[in-house]
Design a protein around this ligand. Structure first.
Ligand code: PLP
Ligand code: LYS
Length: 426
């Protein structure tokens, strides 16, 4: 008897007759129809992930969830969340244009990031976004100048760096003193006082984001303690805010992680705010990965098997340019056979065709493989396609959104001609 693997994270990916399905659609049929490498997202999984945040909104009312566009910025994904009522957290003018194109409400847009440029600030001011999350004093001055020139006031939060340990991978931790992000929380009260005196600035909130793929609640609790201290200092100085933005960062299950629900995390933060007399402030959140990560897979086809003395390599048609997380963070992604075989299993490293030793997607996985088989790389909905690139002149993959039995092509596969269309021989 062949035991079927268990997909992680979402019930919308499952096996039926040894075949992997996304909702009511066969992954093999989609791979044959659209080719590989292929990103496939489940609409039901996206909506279900949103519902975990809707539960927070329903429980506490005065809550705004702003999906972090960087995690997966496809217009169809943004539109799905916009229709569910989501706002968006943006880090570039490009993301702002995407969000507007996808139907975002400008009043639910946040602009984060350490290096906002003048054209991006102008675009955001003219769109009438909810808030700029400010990361430094020079940025505060710049935004005030641009707003004054346009005859506007820029609504701002200071992104404070609470110096808490998010207990995650160092490359995706952002709330420690040595990270480039945010403003030292101990300096924030004075900078708010300065902001009050700037002609182009309207203070509306405080913001923080301590890192990504956080699985424990305690770093959020520590952050809430630090925020409450700051809010009290500001109140004593006569500065009242409208909202508290606790950022994103909740993790997902890649293997066996047990991750807190958004409501459980928010309850701890809200309890602290309420106890300190700040319960009436609007709560803003910027989740990315937890809304999309386990809603997507990357499907790839085995090109050939290459046994060597040290390793069995399965060389597949997806590579580090399609999904860079293993190479960049040593990240683990589950690998599922799209069609489970009764043949004997072996241990494989799943690698791409790119000329880098770091070009691997998974190591030491037990699989029964032959040339032509399809594999699904799990938990690829967040920071997958969004971080894809064209290294080795590889066109980026197509993207499909499955809704029940229907599959919508939401991004065509790039062509090689498109990759050099902007280049000139001189
Ligand atoms: C400012 C900001 N907000 C939100 C996010 C989304 O984070 P996550 O995908 O971990 O929820 C990020 C990325 O980590 C970020 O840098
Ligand atoms: N790209 C990272 C997350 C970074 C989040 C950006 N602040 C990842 O794949 O895990």
């Amino acid at each position: 008897m062949t035991t079927l693997p268990t997909p992680v994270g979402s019930p919308f990916f499952y096996y039926q007759d040894k075949q992997l399905f996304v909702e009511q659609s066969s992954v093999k049929a989609l791979a044959e129809q659209f080719g590989t490498p292929l990103y496939i997202y489940s609409k039901a999984a996206l909506v279900s992930a949103w519902h975990a945040y809707q539960e927070v909104i329903d429980t506490y009312q005065n809550v705004l969830v702003c999906y972090a566009v960087k995690a997966n910025s496809n217009l169809a994904i943004l539109n799905t969340f916009a229709k569910l009522g989501s706002g968006f957290d943006l880090v570039s003018g490009g993301e702002l244009m995407r969000a507007l194109k996808a139907g975002a409400d400008p009043q639910k847009l946040l602009f984060s990031g350490v290096g906002k440029q003048v054209w991006e600030i102008e675009l955001a001011l003219n769109a009438g976004i909810k808030c700029f999350n400010i990361e430094s004093i020079p940025e505060l001055d710049l935004i005030s100048q641009v707003a004054t020139r346009l005859g506007k006031k820029a609504p701002i939060s200071l992104r404070v760096n609470p110096d808490v340990d998010a207990k995650t991978h160092p490359y995706i931790s952002t709330g420690l003193k040595e990270n480039k992000f945010g403003i030292d929380i101990n300096l924030a009260a004075d900078i708010y006082a300065k902001a009050q005196s700037l002609s182009g600035i309207e203070i509306t909130g405080v913001d923080c984001h301590i890192g990504s793929q956080i699985t424990e609640i305690s770093p959020f609790a520590d952050t809430a303690d630090r925020l409450v201290q700051l809010l009290s200092t500001l109140r004593a100085r006569g500065i009242e805010l409208h909202h508290v933005d606790i950022g994103g960062g909740l993790g997902i299950r890649y293997t066996d992680e047990v991750v807190a629900k958004p409501l459980d995390m928010v309850k701890i933060v809200k309890d602290k705010l309420i106890a300190a007399g700040f319960g009436e402030l609007e709560l803003v959140m910027e989740p990315g990965r937890s809304l999309v990560g386990n809603s997507g897979i990357l499907v790839t086809q085995v090109q050939l098997l290459k046994p060597t003395e040290a390793r069995n390599f399965a060389i597949v048609d997806a590579a580090m340019n399609d999904l860079i997380r293993p190479t960049l963070y040593d990240a683990y992604h589950g690998v599922l056979a799209v069609q489970v075989s009764d043949k004997a299993s072996e241990i494989y490293d799943i690698v791409g065709p790119i000329c880098e030793s770091g070009d691997w997607l998974a190591k030491q996985r037990i699989l029964a493989l032959q040339t032509g088989d399809y594999l699904a790389i799990e938990s690829a909905g967040a920071y997958g396609f969004a971080m894809a690139n064209n290294y080795n002149t590889r066109p980026r993959a197509a993207e499909i959104l499955v809704d029940g039995t229907q599959a919508h092509l939401i991004r065509e596969r790039e062509t090689v001609e498109q990759l050099f269309a902007l280049e000139r021989i001189v």
